[in-house]
Design a protein around this ligand. Sequence first.
Ligand SMILES: [Zn+2]
Length: 214
Amino acid sequence: MTETGASTTPTREQDALGDLIVCPSCDLVYTVPDVGPRERAVCLRCRRVLIAPRRKAGKQLIALALTVLILIVAASIFPFLAIDAGGLHHKASILDTALAFHGMLSVLSVAVLFFIVVIPMLRLCLLIYVLVPLIRDRPPAPLSREAFALSEALVPWSMAEIFAIGCAVALVKLSDLADVVYGPAAWMFAVLVVLVVATDRLMCRYSIWKSLES
Ligand SMILES: [Zn+2]
């Protein structure tokens, strides 16, 4: 894959805003370079990928988003883990765990459900809503720009994969005290972590915004 360093032309007043791109990591402003289908533009200062158009990325993104959606629903319902300790056997799913809190701790239930189930699902639904008309060469759906902006704003609050990593660390520590058996949901979350990273790597935000403008 060819890498194209974005040109560090300073902002000029006569430059239209549409010709500028800002690095999301270090805020350096560039004029938009010409990037071919198999090329990508990276920030010269922090090496962050700014533009990486790929053919058929839309269809692959929708497929990935649908897979992650199904995995989140299944991972919430199937048992996450089973614990054997002192002759007692207990297994729990994410939904069981979230709904087990009462009183003041019910705030925690709502937070867990929101950050690891509701927000990731909402984000993926918005992404699919935005991408479906684009891959069919139709005009963008109503409010597509707002939907994509909201989907991007939800990225820091979408914590399904962070939850999976946190659980893995906690379970390794717990395995000293009791026999821990990972349920199907734990493996689904493991796959989910990989798919979320793949979705993020595949998505060229600049290309989506440009498609929504046209
Ligand atoms: Zn940068």
